[in-house]
Ligand binder design. Structure first.
Ligand SMILES: [Zn+2]
Length: 141
C-alpha cells in the first residue's frame, strides 16, 4: 500500500489478507471478522463487489494507476487507493463530512482486489488516462 493514510490497523489487516489469500486462495473467518470490525457494514458490501469482479485496475504506460469500480447502481467510480478518494456520495457523506467511516465500499473493494490480486486489468494510453483522471471519461471507456 503506497503512501496510505489509513490507520495502521487497517493497513495491517490488508497486509494479512494479502498474505493469507496468497497462501490459501481464500479468506479465513478471523480475517473476515476483523475486516468487519474495522470497516463496519461496508466490508460486506466491498466483498460483494470483489465477488462480482466489479473492480478494474486501469494502468497506463507511464505507470499511472487507478481503480474503476462498478457500483451496485451501475455507476462507475474512479477510485484512488493511493490517496483513498472516491467520488461517490457515501464517501463525501460518511468519510469527509461526518468522519464516521474510514472509506467507502468502492475504495475498500479496490484495496481488497489489489491485496488478493483479483482485479481485472486494463491498459489504456497515457492520453486516455489523462481523460480518466480529469473526469471526462466516466462512460465511454
Ligand atoms: Zn465510493
Amino acid at each position: 500500500m503506497p503512501s496510505s493514510i489509513l490507520p495502521l490497523v487497517a493497513k495491517q489487516l490488508l497486509t494479512d489478507i494479502e498474505k493469507s489469500y496468497k497462501e490459501r486462495s481464500q479468506l479465513p473467518d478471523d480475517l473476515l471478522i476483523a475486516l468487519r470490525s474495522v470497516f463496519g457494514s461496508c466490508a460486506l458490501q466491498a466483498l460483494d463487489l470483489v465477488d462480482q469482479r466489479s473492480v478494474t485496475c486501469v494502468s497506463s504506460p507511464s505507470g499511472r494507476r487507478v481503480f474503476r469500480v462498478l457500483g451496485g447502481s451501475g455507476q462507475l467510480y474512479t477510485c484512488f487507493t493511493s490517496c483513498h478518494y472516491c467520488p461517490c456520495p457515501a464517501f463525501s457523506m460518511l468519510v469527509l463530512k461526518r468522519n464516521t467511516s474510514l472509506l467507502c465500499k468502492h475504495i475498500l473493494a479496490a484495496c481488497l482486489c489489489q491485496a488478493m490480486g483479483l482485479s481485472q486489468q486494463e491498459q489504456v494510453s497515457d492520453q486516455d488516462m489523462t481523460r480518466i483522471l480529469s473526469g471526462q471519461a466516466h462512460t465511454d471507456l
